[in-house]
Design a protein around this ligand. Structure first.
Ligand code: TRP
Length: 345
């Protein structure tokens, strides 16, 4: 770990949306391109996080591979030694460090995690697993094993990132300098820029974020949607009765969202796209433009996804898992020494 580390995990059993693609996947891939010489970029499939809530285990292997293919299809270089793409469970140090950190983490602080409270409220006591409860500790281990400083995550993961900082500081205070403490949130936001705040909204209810957990799927475009079906979703997107295209997220959230989607798909600025369509009265014509772009994008993406070879993915996994195990193993050993599980030399 001679270079500073940027690290993030993208969950395996998620059916990613267009919002995830532009809000998470693509920024990470772009980061890997632009920063890989100064930084080590760790991207991993957090497979151990996949069944904190019940899943269909017969699908997990396929989902892990699908996840890695998504990175590749989004343009992640797989042959750079500065970029690691690995499966969490293939680096056993993640599990081992989690156990140690578990013993220094409070039941109270875990119970205050918003994601835990939300998910457990939905599940009901008997179905809430201990894994769901202490999953922020595993996430802290994911980060601290590599001394990662910058961790691009969505807002819903910020509290977990704060916990990773807390536990690192706590362990350092008790045992001396064991861990690199991830940068404070303010620095992270500065580093990753405004792109992080970018949000694609639900097509049916444009006041809500486009989210994979939407039940009907009508307002959500998934990367695996049939392109023609996705175009139909754009055509039936909720708009307004002003009959004039304008970027005004408060008054015209639906139209503004379509302008944003169009800008992302064509790679233009929002300003340029807005200028081109501003004042257009026939929403149908405007929607058609967006629908065609969506269809074109999905066809292209799915073609690239199908073309990714498993051999290339497995080769990247093997190279990365070897390097990750070596780095993570060194951190784990230091911690094991600090807590008295290994002799000090
Ligand atoms: N918890 C993250 C999510 O649900 C995924 C994740 C696991 C992660 N470990 C991580 C993200 C470490 C960043 C760093 O999206």
């Amino acid at each position: 770990m001679t270079k500073p580390v940027i690290l993030t995990g993208l969950r395996a059993n998620n059916n990613l949306t267009l919002g995830n693609y532009f809000g998470a996947l693509l920024p990470i891939v772009e980061l890997a391109h632009s920063r890989a010489s100064e930084y080590q970029v760790n991207l991993f499939v957090p497979d151990l996080h996949s069944f904190t809530t019940p899943i269909d285990h017969s699908q997990l292997q396929a989902q892990i591979m699908h996840n890695a293919r998504l990175f590749a299809a989004a343009g992640l270089p797989l042959d750079s030694s500065d970029i690691l793409l690995y499966r969490q469970s293939y680096v056993p140090a993640h599990s081992e460090l989690t156990w140690i950190l578990d013993c220094f983490s409070g039941v109270g602080e875990m119970g205050r995690m918003i994601e835990y409270k939300d998910k457990s409220a939905k599940l009901g006591d008997d179905r809430v697993s201990v894994g769901l409860f202490n999953y922020p500790v595993l996430m802290a281990a994911d980060i601290l094993l590599y001394g990662a400083e910058y961790i691009p995550v969505g807002e819903d993961q910020r509290q977990h990132l704060e916990f990773a900082r807390d536990i690192a500081e706590r362990m350092n205070a008790k045992f001396g300098e064991l861990f690199t403490v991830p940068r404070p949130l303010k620095d992270q936001v500065e580093f990753f820029g405004k792109g992080q705040a970018l949000r694609i909204m639900d097509l049916a209810d444009p006041t809500r974020k486009m989210s994979k957990s939407d039940d009907t799927g009508k307002g959500v475009i998934f990367l695996t949607d049939d392109p023609a079906e996705a175009a139909k979703k754009i055509m039936s997107a909720t708009t307004d009765d002003k009959a004039s295209v304008n970027y005004d997220p408060k008054e015209q959230p639906g139209i503004s969202n379509l302008l944003q989607i169009l800008a992302l798909l064509t790679g233009e600025t929002l300003g340029d796209v807005t200028e081109r369509y501003i004042g257009q009265e026939r929403y149908g014509d405007f929607k058609k433009v967006v629908a065609e772009e969506v269809q074109k994008f999905l066809s292209g993406f799915q073609e690239r996804l199908n073309a990714v070879s498993d051999d290339v993915i497995y080769a990247a996994f093997e190279r990365s898992e070897r390097a990750a195990s070596e780095q993570a193993g060194q951190t784990l050993y230091k911690v094991q020494q600090a807590v008295g599980l290994r002799p000090e030399v």
